[in-house]
Design a protein around this ligand. Structure first.
Ligand SMILES: Nc1ncnc2c1ncn2[C@@H]1O[C@H](COP(=O)(O)OP(=O)(O)OP(=O)(O)O)[C@@H](O)[C@H]1O
Ligand SMILES: [Mg+2]
Length: 264
């Protein structure tokens, strides 16, 4: 396969999955990499955060249900306003796939097969980012079954370590359920860091103590601009290109790339 598939996942809601998917994708594309972002959350937040309208019938939903042998992705992929960054948007119907896929024996591997067929045909090295919904359902399991690695945004908040333990357990469960033992932990990204509180610093220390180098050095601060950018349909590097939010996500992209095998 010529593209690396990274699931951005955490079963907890509101921890910065979509913000990280959208902004890491935009920064990787800015750095010269081809990136496809797949919005797997029926809320379609990643789609709107990139200013792409989530049109019915253009999400991955139909392709997941169809199970056909062809490669339906080219018809679903939409360009964004940003060079090298494309997207498959979400739609409300995606929520139905939890129930509709349930009777199928291969329900956990549908996305994997779609991506294998598609990515195998791409010539250029690139990245596919999967923005997962917060619930631990068939969509998220499909994402982890299809991914080479999982990147976990973790909010700097009270009980973050409890959340982390749950996530690590969840990853092991999904590996067992899908038989995908090679799923790697890309890393933990600490998000919404508030430098004014001791709690944030405490969370950083605790998480680093437990997971060491699996935690990205780059920490994403809580900033007003990062919270505002989605409502303008822009990634932070377009909305506030010189602010601390843009700086942090560029830094994260750099660190992410530096961790890839073969990186210099
Ligand atoms: N670093 C940040 N600074 C300020 N606001 C942020 C930051 N990261 C995320 N937010 C805001 O917090 C909210 C939750 O973030 P986001 O949507 O990225 O989380 P999520 O994990 O994708 O949520 P869900 O589980 O609902 O999909 C959003 O309103 C987002 O704009
Ligand atoms: Mg989200």
């Amino acid at each position: 396969m010529s593209a690396k598939i990274v699931a951005v996942a955490n079963q907890k809601g509101g921890v910065g999955k979509t913000t990280t998917s959208v902004n890491l994708a935009a920064c990787l594309a800015e750095g010269g990499h081809d990136v496809l972002l797949i919005d797997l959350d029926p809320q379609a937040n990643a789609s709107s955060a990139l200013g792409v309208e989530a049109v019915d019938g253009r999400s991955i939903y139909g392709a997941l249900l169809d199970g056909a042998e062809s490669d339906p992705l080219p018809a679903l992929i939409q360009p964004t306003a940003y060079e090298r960054l494309s997207i498959i948007t979400a739609e409300q119907d995606l929520a139905g796939s939890e129930v509709e896929l349930a009777p199928h024996d291969d329900k956990l591997h549908r996305l994997r097969r779609l991506l294998e067929r598609h990515v195998g045909q791409q010539e250029r090295q690139g990245y596919v980012l999967l923005d997962c919904p917060p619930s631990l359902g068939i969509l998220m399991t499909n994402a982890l079954a299809a991914a080479d690695s999982i990147l976990v945004p973790l909010q700097c908040e009270f009980l973050a370590l409890d959340g982390l333990a749950k996530i690590l357990k969840m990853i092991e469960k999904i590996k067992a359920a899908t038989g995908h033992e090679q799923l790697a932990l890309e890393g933990i990204v600490l998000t919404m860091y508030d430098s004014r509180t001791n709690l944030s610093q405490q969370v950083v220390n605790d998480v680093r103590q437990v997971l060491g180098s699996q935690v990205f050095q780059t920490i994403i601060p809580r900033t007003v601009r990062l919270g505002e950018a989605p409502s303008f349909g822009q990634p932070i590097i377009a909305y506030d290109p010189n602010g601390i939010g843009a700086q942090s996500y560029r830094e994260l992209a750099k660190e992410f790339l530096g961790r890839q095998p073969g990186a210099r």
